[in-house]
Design a protein around this ligand. Structure first.
Ligand code: FES
Length: 242
């Protein structure tokens, strides 16, 4: 059956681009080899716009909008890189880094951390805010996994992978503001979870050292994300058949 979708024309950084209506700015940028920083976003999981690092400027819009959850429309004029955006992105990154204990030199995923990589790309080499350095408990009660909330940036990738792909919904969020954190089975220790299947998807999508699998070198974590494209393909199939 012929696929039906609306084509929209827009500009990204001055370049004329054609896209499918309903696509997000981030997707369209990727298809056209335009890099926009993104952290909470991971292709294959539902975008939620949690980190705000993917903000872009849109002509006639007063405030920048997150590219991962903003859909393209006809005539859109988007700027992905500007002094203003660099300033905001660095500010956001510094706030993320100052909220928990992100000290790369003593982190088990040093050199294999998406947060670290992105901070370097954005030119963040110091933090202007006092670091909170809360001492949150580390949960190593599970025989295969460790959870360290001190390294968690609340991106929600683990929550989405566990719910949307594994269907277990072991993870969720609890608390608000500075007290927000992950919760396992309504605040149970991981080793006592009644819902965790032990699939390890949460550890494979975690961009930092917050969720890790014991005995697995951090360099191998991202190699095991082969479950992600299936959901993307399935969703695309659903959209195309509508
Ligand atoms: S990647 Fe878009 S808000 Fe995090």
């Amino acid at each position: 059956m012929a696929q039906k979708f609306e084509i929209v024309t827009l500009k990204i950084d001055g370049k004329d681009i054609g896209a499918r209506g309903g696509e997000t700015i981030l997707d369209v940028a990727k298809e056209n080899n335009i890099w926009i920083p993104a952290l909470c976003h991971l292709e294959g999981l539902t975008p939620v716009g949690a980190c705000r690092l993917c903000i872009v400027e849109i002509k006639n819009y007063r405030n920048p909008l997150p590219a991962c959850v903003t859909k393209v429309f006809e005539g859109m004029d988007i700027i992905t890189h500007s002094e203003k955006l660099s300033h905001y992105r660095r500010l956001i990154m510094e706030l993320i880094l100052s909220e928990r204990t992100h000290i790369c030199a003593v982190c088990s995923v040093n050199g294999y951390c998406e947060l670290q990589e992105l901070a370097q790309k954005l030119g963040v080499d110091n933090i202007r805010f006092p670091m909170l350095l809360n001492r949150l408990p580390v949960d190593s009660s599970h025989k295969r996994f460790v959870r360290d909330d001190n390294r968690c940036i609340l991106c929600g990738r683990c929550v989405r992978a566990c719910t949307e792909i594994e269907g277990a919904h072991t993870w969720d969020f609890m608390g608000r503001g500075l007290n927000a954190r992950l919760t396992c089975d309504l605040d149970e220790s991981w080793g006592l979870s009644q819902t965790c299947t032990g699939c390890g998807k949460c550890t494979q999508v975690c961009p930092t050292g917050a969720l890790i699998e014991k005995g697995i070198p951090p360099s191998q974590r991202r190699n095991k994300r082969d479950f992600l494209p299936y959901l993307t393909k399935m969703r695309k199939g659903e959209e195309d058949n509508e």
